[in-house]
Design a protein around this ligand. Structure first.
Ligand code: ADP
Ligand code: MG
Length: 688
């Protein structure tokens, strides 16, 4: 149970003044559903503005505050096109104020014709005029007070403004409870860290490195503790020891020799399965490293022991692909493999459910449908989770309640993770690494081409598909912006452009399509019906289409190394030689240059992951969204590198000297688990 003292932090956002159903949505989009989330929505950066009399005093890119008079409203017929308000400064210079989407309503209200207003924001160019896109402030008076002030800049979503978010943050900060301290006094003194509530308040006020470090440390400590609790709990659990006699594995009829890494991993899995404590193991291996047969060998051990195994895939398509592969591979062994997804209905579904219950199905492959309440197993003892970074540890734990005894869990991921992050992300798991690719793999030819040659690239794609092969075309994030719609718009524009050339041969996939539409487009591509797949990065984890042998990545300099590597891994899966074209913009930073050079140089995912961390540690992407790559929302990569080893060691101390989380400090640390949504760690304490 959550300690009562934390309740104010877990009130929903609509308990804040001014938040109704209309604001709740955009807040949710940012992951802000409770006061706690709002308080921890730390600024991306701070701005200091300069108050100027006229635009002549200001330059492009500058953050200013200026008094203007509204002279014209210019709406456009198109819903997607921006709404523009024209204004003049005291010298008659024109300033354009630009609004996208729903922000235009606010613009109409706040900037009536002929009104005099103070506006604050960043100047940039619009044709031969200056503009501010989405001013941070529009005030009737008092603009002076906004000049020379250090002001937080928050990540937004459509429908939110900076002042709105600031106001909500203020409100939630006023409600922070007085929590007991979980960090030892001498450590606080040594690091010069503020107390928890001070740290949060300071982190919203300015660049307080100490405050932010403390908050990051808290998060890393919470994560380490939770993982250790899970691990400790797992040691106490009882699973079913599985002894396979090798009878089924011997019948596998593989057209290749296992690599050393595969053999080693299977041996490690076999060792775990023989124990009573349930296996908790991560199988880490780059795309194409051969994880599938390793997983199958593991599942066959369960079947040899006359029990059942399940393979859980993150999407419908992946489930089907895995099912086909597993069914074919397992055929000579006689093991019976079935598919179960949310799409199965009626008789087929009934038959599968019956087979799982009476044990006539040995291995089931599917989406999370395989763990619904209505699905009962005769004796499920092993679960394989594919691309498990999509599932949280909490979900992994839920699976543990399906079988009679806790099932053995093998998680697989194709994302090579730097060593430091492995600890953070999978600290509760043992790790098997497939660090050796099967022999005879063709290298993917990687070339970097300039943006100016985009037409040649398109012509190249056309030649390519006339040979019967397929191609991916990846559009980048337009800018790390508050308005995702711009990314989608860019991908749609590119799609329209390519559709002129390729007609119905091209399909579009992006993050805002419904799952049905996305699946439909993916399926057209997977079946070979569509030749070119235009996508935003949603294909990162995804389909296996060996016939797709060309990958075009636009504005490749905007992607991180790990991301580029994942994308490139979509090709190079068939017999034909594959090519990856990295299309680069005109101006590149030093780090961007280095990234592209590395991509050309190596295909080793583990090496790229380490380099990625090194390059990003340099801070290039600081302030941009990182949560996709790490399980943390507060701690940056820098802070993870610096503070995780400390937090991990401290968590170990706490576990050893405070008997789990007993005692005063243990009680305090317990708060922390709730604060960072690691309460699944606490639940294990109750033997759940
Ligand atoms: P991933 O790790 O990405 O899941 P897969 O298991 O899909 O990789 O394997 C990729 C391809 O490599 C498959 O076609 C598989 O049959 C093949 N493969 C797996 N192991 C070996 C091996 N030891 N030697 C040669 N080919 C292999
Ligand atoms: Mg795979």
């Amino acid at each position: 149970m959550r300690p009562d003292i934390l309740n104010p932090l877990f009130a929903e956002t609509d308990t804040l003044e001014g938040v109704g159903p209309k604001l709740k949505k955009p807040l949710e989009k940012l992951g802000l559903t409770r006061l706690r989330d709002v308080a921890y929505h730390l600024p991306e950066r701070f701005v200091t503005r300069r108050a100027v009399e006229t635009l002549d005093e200001a330059g492009e890119g500058e953050q200013i505050v200026i008094a203007v008079t509204v002279t014209e409203h210019r709406a456009s017929g198109n819903r997607r096109a921006p709404y523009r308000v024209f204004a003049q400064d005291s010298a008659g210079n024109v300033l354009v104020l630009t609004f996208f989407g729903r922000a235009s309503y606010t613009a109409k209200k706040q900037l009536p014709m002929d009104a005099k207003r103070w506006v604050a924001g960043k100047l940039d160019r619009y044709g031969d005029m200056l503009q501010i896109v989405h001013p941070d402030h529009v005030l009737e008076e008092g603009g002076e007070t906004l000049g020379h002030l250090c002001e937080p800049v928050y990540r937004l979503s459509e429908g939110l403004t900076q002042p709105r978010v600031s106001g909500l943050v203020e409100q939630s900060l006023a409600k922070l409870p007085d929590l007991p301290e979980w960090i030892e006094t001498h450590q606080l003194d040594k690091e010069e860290w503020p107390a928890w509530s001070d740290a949060i308040k300071l982190a919203h006020k300015g660049e307080h490195g100490k405050a932010r470090d403390r908050l990051a440390y808290d998060e890393l400590l919470a994560n380490s503790l939770a993982l250790m609790l899970v691990r400790a709990d797992n040691r106490k659990r009882r699973g079913q020891p599985l002894m396979g006699d090798g009878g089924l594995r011997d019948k596998l009829d593989l057209p290749f020799e296992m690599t050393g890494a595969q053999t080693r991993s299977i041996r490690e899995i076999e060792g775990d399965l023989a124990q009573e404590a349930p296996m908790l193991r991560l199988l880490q291996g780059d795309v194409g490293a051969g994880k599938t047969v390793v997983a199958l060998a593991g599942m066959l051990i369960a079947v040899e022991a006359s029990t059942q195994a399940a393979l859980l895939a993150p999407t419908e398509i992946l489930a089907r692909q895995h099912y086909e592969t597993m069914r074919k591979l397992a055929e000579p062994t006689g093991a019976r493999v079935a598919l179960l997804t949310g799409r199965d209905k009626g008789k087929v579904r009934e038959a599968t459910l019956m087979g799982l219950l009476d044990g006539s199905i040995d291995i089931v492959v599917g989406t999370h449908a395989i763990f619904q309440d209505k699905v009962a197993y005769k004796n499920l003892t092993m679960v394989v989770i594919d691309e498990q970074h999509r599932f949280g540890v909490g979900q992994r734990l839920m699976l543990a309640n399906k079988g009679k005894a806790a099932p053995h869990v093998l998680a697989m991921t194709a994302t090579p993770i730097p060593r430091t992050l492995t600890l953070a992300q999978y600290g509760e798991l043992d790790v098997s690494k497939l660090d050796e690719l099967p022999p005879g793999r063709q290298a993917i030819e990687t070339r970097v081409v300039g943006q100016a040659r985009l037409d040649e690239v398109a012509a190249g794609v056309e030649r390519h598909i006339t040979t019967g092969q397929q191609a991916y075309w990846v559009c980048p994030m337009v800018r790390e912006s508050d308005f995702m719609t711009e990314d989608i718009a860019a991908a749609e524009a590119r799609y329209a452009h390519l559709a002129e050339r390729f007609g119905k041969d091209v399909v579009l996939v992006h993050g805002q399509l419904t799952p049905e539409l996305k699946d439909a487009a993916m399926e057209r591509f997977a079946s070979g019906d569509a030749k070119v797949l235009v996508a935003t990065t949603v294909i990162e984890v995804g389909v296996d289409v060996p016939n797709a042998t060309l990958m075009v990545i636009e504005q490749a300099e905007r992607f991180g190394l790990a991301q580029l590597h994942q994308l490139r891994g979509r090709v190079g899966r068939g017999a034909e030689k594959s090519v990856c074209l990295l299309v680069r913009g005109d101006t590149l930073s030093e780090t961007a240059r280095e990234r592209l050079a590395l991509m050309r140089e190596t295909q080793d995912g583990f090496r790229l992951a380490e380099e990625d961390l090194r390059l990003r540690g340099g801070g290039e992407l600081l302030g941009t969204r990182q949560s996709g790559d790490t399980p943390f929302s507060v701690a940056s990569l820098d802070q993870i590198t610096k503070l995780l080893p400390v937090a991990y060691a401290d968590a170990q101390m706490l576990m050893e000297h405070h008997g789990g989380l007993d005692g005063a400090r243990g009680e305090a640390a317990r708060m922390l688990l709730y604060l960072f949504d690691r309460d699944w760690g606490v639940r294990t304490l109750r033997g759940g």
